[in-house]
Design a protein around this ligand. Sequence first.
Ligand code: HPA
Ligand code: ZN
Length: 340
Amino acid sequence: MLFGDSFRKLPKVDLHVHLEGTITPEMAKKIASRNNVIPSPQLMDSSGEHFRWSSDGDARHNLIAFLKAYDDATSVMKRREDYSDITYDYLHRAAQEGCVYVEFFISADHGAMVGLDYKEMIGAIADGYEKAKKESGIEMRLISTCVRHYGPEAALKVADVTRGYHHPLVTGFGMAGDENAHTIADFRPAFMASGLAGRTAHAGEASGPETVRQARDILQVRRFGHMVRAIEDVKLMEEQKSILAVPEVCVSSNIALKVYPDYKSHPLRRFFDYGLKVVLGSDDPSFFNTSIGREYKIAHDHFGFTETELLQLSRNAVEEAFVGEAVRGQLLDKIAAHKH
Ligand code: HPA
Ligand code: ZN
C-alpha cells in the first residue's frame, strides 16, 4: 500500500484538465464578489461548498447539464487577473500533490465570455503559470480548444485565432463539449487550420465507439479525450492499440457524469492490461470533487495499480505530452529519479 508522503511524492501528470473546471466554489465566490457579480443561483448547492448540475438521465443529458454549469462558473470572471489567479491556484494545488506537468484545455470562447481576447487570455494564464513555476517547478502547456456544441464556424474561428497568435505555451489543438452535437467531419476544417502539431479530441465518452474511429480518421488525432467506450468494440480496440492511441482517462468524471455506474465497470484496468498507452486526467476537478492526486489514488486503491504501474502512467503522459524535447527529457528524469 502507498501512503501519505510517499504517495504525495510520486511524480504525477495531469494530461486532461479544463482550465475553468478547476475553479473551486470558494474561488468562484471570491472572484464573483470582487467583480460585483452574483453567481447563477443554480450553480451551487445550499451549503455553497459544491457546484451542482441536474444529474438525472443518461450520460448525454448529464454532460449537457454539466456544460451549462461550467459556463456559469466561468461567467463569474471578468478580468485578466481572474484567469491568472485560477491558473496559479490550480497549478499550486497540483504541485503540492506531486504533479510535475499539467496540460490545460483552454477556450478562446470562454475567454470571450470573460471579456478577454485570445491574446489577453493567454497572457493572463502565462502569468499564473510563471508564478506557480517559480515556487514549485511545475510545468504547463496549453491546448487551444474548440467547443463542439458552439458549432463548426465558432471552431474555425478558434483555429484562426490560434494560428494567428503563436505563443510558445500553446502546443496543441483540441475539441471538447457535447460529443453528440454536429458531426466530427464538420470540425475537420478547424483541425486542419490550427497549424499545431499536437491534437486531441473528446470521443467515446458520451458517444459510442464510432466517434472514436471518426476522430482518428477524420481529425487525425492519436490522443483521445476519454475513449473509454472503445471497450465496446473489439476491433476498434485492436486498431487503437496498433496506432499507439492514447486514451486520456478521467475516472471520477466518468462516474460523476454517469458514463459508468461504479469503479468495477470502468475500463481503466482493462485498457492498461490490454496494452493501451493510458494516461490520467482530472477533467473538471472542482465539479467532480477530485484532483490529479485523487485520480492516481483511485487507480491504486480501486484498480490495483502498483507504484511501478502508476509511474508508467506518468511516463506515458510525459512521452505523449505536447511539449518540446528538452522539457520532456527533464520530466522523464524526474520520474526516473523517484525513489520507491
Ligand atoms: N467534457 C466535455 N467537454 C468539456 C468538459 C468535459 O468534461 N469540460 C469542459 N468541457
Ligand atoms: Zn474533458
